[in-house]
Each structure stands twice: as C-alpha cells, then as structure tokens.
Design a protein around this ligand. Structure first.
Ligand code: ATP
Length: 363
C-alpha cells in the first residue's frame, strides 16, 4: 500500500503511447527500490471532448486536484477546436487553477545524440529554463479583444506575488544544482529596455537575488538570449522568464539538444505539481509506435525526485536518480537511439533499453 498517489492523464495522440512507458518504468523502479505509488488513470483531452462535449470527466479534475502529483501525457489535437478556434487544452487551466507557477524545462544533451550545434562544447549543454506559467502574456488567454475588426489587444500581466515566488524558486534550483557541480547562476531574461512590465519583472528579480548571495544573478534581453542559446548555450545555468518568452525559448532549447522527444518538463506550485514531456500530442506520428518516450521518462524521474524531497522518501529520490541514469546509459550504450533523431528504435525499444538498465544497474 502507498499513501502517495499519482493522477495519470495520458491524453491525446502520442500521450498514451509514451505514458505506457512511464508506467512500466515506475513498476520496475517499485520492484527495485521497494516503494509503491498508488496511481489512477483518467481520460481527458481533445478526443474525449469530441465524444462527450467535456474536456475531462469531473472526477478526473478532482482526482488531479487531490493527488500528490499529476503525471501528464499530452492533451489537444489541432483539428479539434472550440467554436472560437482555440484548442482544447485543459492543462492550461490546470496551471492557473492549481497555481503551477514554475515551469521547469531542463535542456540537456544526452550521449550519442546527433550534434545540432557544431561547437564541441555543445556536447555539455546542461541548463534549465524556468518558465512562469500562470501570467505573463498568457494571462490574456480568453481575454484578448478585437475592436471593430480594426485592431486586436492582448495584455501582459506581471504580479509581484508570483514573480517573487518564481525568482525564489529559480535561485533555489540554482543552489541545488551548484551543490551538484553546476555554475550557480540565474539569468533573468526580459525586455526591460522597452516594456514597463519587464522593467518591473527585472526589478523584483534584483530584489530577490539579494537573498541568494552565493548565486550569481545575471540579465539578458530576450533577443540576445535567443542568439546566445544558439551561439554558446553552455554559458547558461538557470534561466528565468515570463510565460511567452519561455514558450518560445524552451522549444529552441529542445531544438539545440535534438528534438522535442528529448525535452522533459515539470510544472510546480506550492501545493500541486504536474510532470509532462515538453512536446505536444504529435498527431502526425501517433499510432505508429515511433514516438520518442525519453521526454516522458525524464519527466517521470523529475516527478519521483520532487515527491521524494517533498515527502522525505529517500527510495523515491534514489529511484529518480536511477531512472535518469538508466536513460543516460541506454543512450551512451547505443541501446536507445530513437527514430526521432535518426536511429532505429521505436517507443517500446527505447523503453525496453531503459527498463533493462533499471533492472540491471551498472556494476
Ligand atoms: P503543442 O502546441 O501541443 O506543444 P506542437 O503543435 O508544438 O504541440 P508537437 O505535438 O510537440 O507540436 O510536435 C511537433 C513536432 O515534433 C511534430 O513533428 C512531432 O511529430 C514531433 N514530436 C513531438 N514529440 C515527439 C516525440 N516524443 N517523438 C518524436 N517526435 C515528436
């Protein structure tokens, strides 16, 4: 029996395919580390909306709200839309309803993945983008206006309360990474030379930095940050930015390490947390067994680590490190070379290689 429970939401497209691998990895880790997570799977997403007219069953929303963590595949299909043209995306509502203000997007190059950047130093890319998830330009979602078919307006919202929590989270993460050998620096990415909202964002960043004297606090304008992410990404440790800027730069980050199937993410608040691959439902490849499950597996490791630290469960922290290391080794050994990045391995092949390395740890 377990007193920790996980709400599993596989969703649409490749969501269920990659979720299957996450659940298999958790089962292998439970066997090896002697813990048990109670998990309950619920339907929801665009296909569910098409069938029922609802995004998720009421019970699923409540289960997500009362779970210790939410493990999420992907929801949304481009051809299934609300009458106003927007996509069915319940996880965007979850971010706001569950106050998941810190989106954590690790950008790390795995062994033997094709080099997107020619510089040999790109082999060592290991940075984290922190994306604010509840306000910024996305605060305008559902509230933008078109006036007389002449002009349209969306509004950027930055609040002190959320920004303070966000920056503290970023500095705290940099401190934990520094303890493991990272540089110990947070870069605030903004456009404070143009927008008053961004100048306010930077001012709060500078204020909160004073509470973390052991961590370097740096600034970059977003356009320069985009350039440097391609030119010399190894210069960054933790980057923190408003919602829309991070939406764009985290996809760029996924791109410089090989593809969306390699990019995990976590969405963390003070009370709730959701873990999902950074990619969407990828309907173009769904149903063929070729989706890369790596992002889902690494997101699962992030969930186990977060649960372990939050609830003081060492076996969960160990299981997280084991899963992360198993992914690294599967790539290093060439046993996981996903189709997405030019290899021969489908979803289940990659998962099998990782699970073998959970069951048989390195000597
Ligand atoms: P969203 O807006 O929901 O984030 P998106 O429209 O940006 O989604 P994705 O669904 O992430 O797009 O897909 C973008 C491209 O990346 C597609 O060509 C898709 O096939 C590919 N892709 C995404 N995830 C994976 C994966 N896990 N394995 C292989 N290819 C993937």
């Amino acid at each position: 029996m377990s007193d920790l429970n996980v709400c599993v939401l596989p969703g649409d497209g490749i969501g269920p395919e990659v979720m299957e691998t996450a659940l298999a990895a958790i089962a292998a880790l439970e066997r090896r580390f002697g813990f048990r997570l109670a998990s309950e799977s619920h339907p929801g997403g665009a296909a569910y909306w098409r069938e029922t007219g609802r995004e998720m069953p009421q019970g699923a929303w409540e289960a997500a709200g009362s779970a210790d963590a939410i493990l999420f595949g992907s929801m949304g299909l481009p051809d299934v839309r609300f009458p106003d043209g927007t996509e069915i995306a319940p996880h965007l509502k979850m971010r706001v309803d569950f106050d998941l203000f810190a989106g954590v997007r690790p950008i790390r190059r795995l062994p033997r993945t094709p080099a997107v950047l020619a510089d040999p130093r790109a082999g060592k890319i290991d940075l984290v983008i922190i994306r604010e998830l509840t306000e910024g330009l996305f605060a305008s979602r559902g509230k933008g206006v078109v006036i007389d078919d002449r002009e349209a307006r969306d509004t950027m919202v930055i609040t002190r309360a959320t920004s303070e929590k966000l920056f503290d989270f970023a500095f705290d993460l940099a401190r934990r990474r520094k303890a493991r050998g990272a540089a110990g620096a947070v870069t605030c990415v903004d456009k404070s030379n143009v927008f008053v909202s961004m100048a306010f964002f930077r001012k709060i960043f500078d204020e909160r930095a004073l509470g973390f004297p052991d961590i370097a606090a740096r600034h970059h304008y977003v356009d320069a940050a985009a350039l440097e992410l391609v030119r010399r990404p190894w210069m960054f440790d933790v980057m923190v930015m408003e919602n829309m800027f991070a939406d764009i730069l985290s996809d760029l980050g996924g791109g410089i390490v090989g593809g969306m199937g390699l990019a995990p993410s976590a969405e963390i608040g003070l009370e709730h947390a959701l873990f999902q691959p950074a990619h969407g439902s990828a309907p173009d490849i769904a149903g063929h067994g070729i989706a890369n499950p790596t992002a889902m597996l690494l997101s699962t490791a992030m969930m186990l680590e977060w649960l372990g630290h939050r609830h003081g469960r060492e076996p969960l922290v160990e299981a997280a490190a084991c899963l992360d290391a198993a992914v690294e080794r599967a790539f290093a050994d060439g046993a996981a070379f996903p189709i997405e990045i030019g290899g021969p391995h489908g979803t289940r092949d990659v998962a099998r290689a990782v699970i073998e390395r959970i069951d048989r740890p390195a000597a």
